[in-house]
Ligand binder design. Structure first.
Ligand SMILES: *Cc1c(COP(=O)(O)O)cnc(C)c1O
Length: 392
């Protein structure tokens, strides 16, 4: 069909630069080992931190929900698509997060878009960490608010931005709790103090911290004992929680406001019963099986130590996300390909997801990995890293 030549040209250019990537389908369920292209490999690229994507209690909850309530809701939340289970889950989640209320969106991405686009106007300013997630950036693009960017996790630069923005009605500071490409944690105690000093609203995106940091996986705010001092917590139900969705945990006022103004909430259909009931069961799992989180951190330490001992550059990771930074994008993809050959699936990530010259193979271990699997993965990293002269 004629008409897309301009797109094809750009795709051809991407191919010649070696940055065109095919999607890589898994032929099995998500897990510590998966089958890709007919080959069983150790999975180090998922966000399935606790292995909840196939947890028996959650699968059963989803099956029961399908039996009793069917597969879809047939409406958006604000018209006829709110089931009692949606509200029950939101109350449970708010209690878990120690907040007054919560509201669930279709995904973490739409949560950031919905919150940022609705609560800020042209008399306001949003102050954002330069490495915040794409969904925060897109949410900011949808507001008429002024924008200021501060240097990554740099609290002095954040203070500068706050000082320069005294004239606005609302100053909203937004940061990831854990940064997805480096695995470092935002300096929330300092950020909270600055926000209190300058009377700014703070929004923290806990996508990579929910189920990972804090007591029973309550997230980065609980990790730093900052409950009650962060205005807006956003998170995903699609990573450690293992299902799908996003949420805001905050005040009743914010929930009420978003029910009226959060555009993805208003104009996109609510979660199917199976999704909501599986997410609800996930909270029970976090409360009753905290050993999963202990295992996750134990595995993360073992694997990170192993990579560092081999001489890899793992950046400033403090969480189960461990980047293996190689710099050059082509070399990075070669490392990823070699790892696959040696039985490990770990995707290379380059520009524009990370800065040019900062290409990396990003690894995430899960609670499902055995020590043997992690040792096997380390052996593969050693062999591939030496062959490509990344380590000695
Ligand atoms: C993954 C991620 C999201 C998006 O969550 P989804 O539920 O997958 O849409 C939002 N913010 C951050 C920081 C993320 O890492």
């Amino acid at each position: 069909m004629k008409g897309f030549e301009y797109l094809q040209n750009e795709l051809d250019e991407m191919k010649s630069e070696g940055v065109f990537r095919e999607l890589i389908p898994l032929e099995t369920e998500q897990g510590s080992k998966v089958v890709i292209k007919g080959k069983e490999v150790i999975q180090l690229s998922s966000n399935n931190y606790l292995g909840l994507t196939d947890h028996p209690r959650m699968k059963q909850a989803a099956l029961n929900a399908v039996e009793k309530y069917g597969v879809g809701t047939g409406s958006v939340r604000t018209i006829a698509g709110t089931l009692s289970m949606h509200e029950e889950f939101e109350r449970k989640l708010a209690e878990f997060k120690h907040t007054e209320a919560s509201l669930v969106f279709q995904s973490g991405f739409t949560t950031n878009q919905g919150v940022l686009s609705s609560i800020l106007g042209k008399e306001d300013v949003v102050i954002s960490d330069e490495l915040n997630h794409a969904s925060i950036i897109d949410g900011i693009r949808l507001t008429k608010a002024a924008r200021k960017i501060y240097k990554h996790v740099d609290v002095e630069d954040l203070e500068r931005a706050l000082k320069e923005s005294a004239e606005y009605r609302v100053r909203l500071v937004v940061t990831d709790g854990v940064f997805s490409m480096d695995g470092n944690i935002a300096p929330l105690p300092e950020i909270v103090e600055l926000c209190e000093k300058y009377d700014a609203i703070l929004m923290v995106d806990d996508a990579h911290s929910s189920g990972v940091l804090g007591r029973n996986g309550r997230g980065s705010i609980d990790h730093f004992d900052l409950n009650g001092r962060v205005h807006i917590q956003v998170g995903t139900l699609s990573k450690a929680i293992g299902v799908l969705g996003g949420y805001v945990a905050s005040t009743q006022a914010l929930r009420d406001y978003l029910v009226h103004k959060g555009r993805p909430f208003l104009f996109s259909t609510s979660h199917p019963p199976a999704v909501t009931e599986a997410c609800s069961a996930a909270i029970d799992v976090l409360l009753e099986e905290p050993e999963l989180i202990d295992k996750l951190w134990d595995n993360a330490k073992f694997f990170k130590d192993g990579l560092q001992k081999l001489g890899f550059d793992t950046g400033k990771s403090e969480t189960p996300i461990t980047p293996v930074i190689v710099g050059d994008a082509t070399l990075c993809h070669e490392l990823s390909d070699k790892l696959f050959e040696y039985g490990v699936f770990a995707q290379g990530i380059g520009f524009p997801t990370v800065a040019k010259g900062q290409a990396r193979v990003r690894t995430i271990v899960t609670a499902q990995h055995t020590k043997e699997e992690l040792q096997e993965a380390l052996d593969a990293f050693e062999k591939a890293g030496k062959e490509l002269n990344i380590i000695k």
